[in-house]
Design a protein around this ligand. Structure first.
Ligand SMILES: [Zn+2]
Length: 104
């Protein structure tokens, strides 16, 4: 049983691959849900807005501050946010790579 809770953030973006470019006027936050429900909800939102290229929904772990600080090396890196969005894990690309090469 997964106890972590996740929120879904949807909105229109200047750059749909970058959560930082979300238009605050269109931003809506849903949840918290468990991870499966959050993913399903985000998928539903994306399907509903499939005609709008700039609309995106993100699944973010609740309580995690969205910043660029890697939890492994505590360094600031712009890859941290992208990894957080993709894997719900605050890690920079170099730590992520090190983890993949030397799995714990
Ligand atoms: Zn790191």
């Amino acid at each position: 049983m997964e106890n972590d809770s996740y929120i879904v953030i949807e909105g229109v973006h200047k750059n749909p691959n970058n959560i930082d470019t979300i238009d605050e006027n269109t931003k809506k936050i849903h949840g918290p849900f468990d991870q499966k429900k959050a993913n399903d909800f985000a998928k539903g939102l994306i399907q509903k807005n499939i005609d709008n290229f700039y609309h995106r929904a993100w699944v973010v772990k609740e309580g995690l501050k969205i910043d660029d600080i890697c939890e492994e090396c505590k360094k600031e890196d712009e890859s941290v946010k992208q990894n957080l969005i993709m894997h719900s894990y605050k890690i920079c690309n170099s730590c992520n790579l090190a983890k993949r090469i030397f799995p714990l």
